[in-house]
Design a protein around this ligand. Structure first.
Ligand code: PMM
Length: 295
């Protein structure tokens, strides 16, 4: 039976980001104390987050990795507290040890930006837990991912991401992860230049055609900043990209994705309310085509 978390809801689920890190590009250092992270997570829930995504490793371009003990110390207490409060929690980690400890602490889902490539034990841990698993398209760790942002073969970035995600799905199935537990993510900003991110957003139906629910994270990423340069040509700063991200949310809702990973839950939730309301109006007021008209 499909996990209830992955069952259709009539709108995308909003995954609210809580980075318990000193150095994430979007909010590094703001929620590094457990109390601050937990309070922020509750604000996101109040704003309408369906899932809280708790991460203890920054994946910003050029980032160096924390020790596994550091990552565990950051995420496990926060996950334990939020799960005890009844929140649906996902752990954003590439490490099997962190996934295992987080699931034991009450996380429901594992969000692995490496799709199982960074840690050979990850797929086994997820399979044993029977947990829903987000597998993102990934080519290399953040300190050198820029070197891998090349998509020269026919079909460009969309075809390459689909092909590489399909290979990951095969590995997941071989490891014993049930097909109805798998969510795929094209990995905006990970070994992607700005034009690759736009091509992926425009080509999401190909990713969805792989047959799994799709999660997308565009929030605060640099391709939104470079779309909106200031008068001196410098990219729009991270904390002023929200309106553009909300427009992306509308696009993603119209595409019918399963989930959207955002920092500002309220803005995206408001956008979803508009999309849902208009869809309801269409269903109620548009004439149903006769068989001849629809042929
Ligand atoms: N992006 C970031 C971190 N984790 N997880 C998924 N599934 N998809 C993403 O696009 C993604 C992610 C980087 O953003 P952050 O530093 O603001 O969390």
């Amino acid at each position: 039976m499909p996990d209830p978390l992955l069952a259709p809801l009539g709108r995308p689920r909003l995954m609210g980001v809580v980075n318990v890190t000193p150095d994430s590009f979007s909010d590094g250092g703001r929620w590094v104390e457990p109390g601050a992270a937990i309070a922020h997570a509750h604000d996101l829930l109040a704003d309408g987050a369906d899932i809280l995504d708790i991460g203890g490793e920054s994946t910003r371009p050029g980032a160096t990795r924390p020790l596994v003990e550091e990552e565990l110390g950051r995420v496990v207490p926060v996950i334990r507290a939020l799960a005890a409060d009844g929140a649906v929690v996902s752990v954003d980690t590439m490490r099997a040890d962190v996934a295992e400890a987080s699931l034991a602490a009450g996380a429901t889902m594992v969000n692995d930006v490496s799709g199982g490539l960074a840690d050979p034990r990850m797929l086994e841990v997820v399979a044993a837990a029977g947990a829903p698993y987000v597998a993102m398209h990934w080519r290399a760790h953040s300190d050198h991912m820029r070197d891998f942002a090349r998509y020269d073969a026919a079909g460009g970035v969309v075809a390459a991401v689909c092909e590489e995600l399909s290979q990951r799905v095969e590995a997941m199935l071989a490891a014993g992860i049930a097909p109805d537990r798998i969510v795929l993510d094209p990995g905006l900003g990970f070994a992607k230049r700005a034009e690759h991110n736009w091509q992926l957003l425009a080509g999401l139906d190909a990713v969805q055609a792989l047959g799994h629910p799709v999660l997308v994270g565009a929030s605060r990423k640099s391709f939104l900043g470079s779309l909106l340069p200031g008068p001196d040509g410098s990219p729009r700063p991270v904390d002023r990209r929200e309106d553009a991200n909300t427009a992306v949310t509308v696009h993603l809702a119209q595409q019918g994705v399963w989930g959207i990973r955002v920092h500002d839950v309220r803005a995206s939730r408001d956008a979803l309310a508009v999309v849902e309301r208009l869809a309801a109006e269409h269903h109620q007021t548009l004439p149903t085509p006769t068989p001849q008209e629809s042929a």
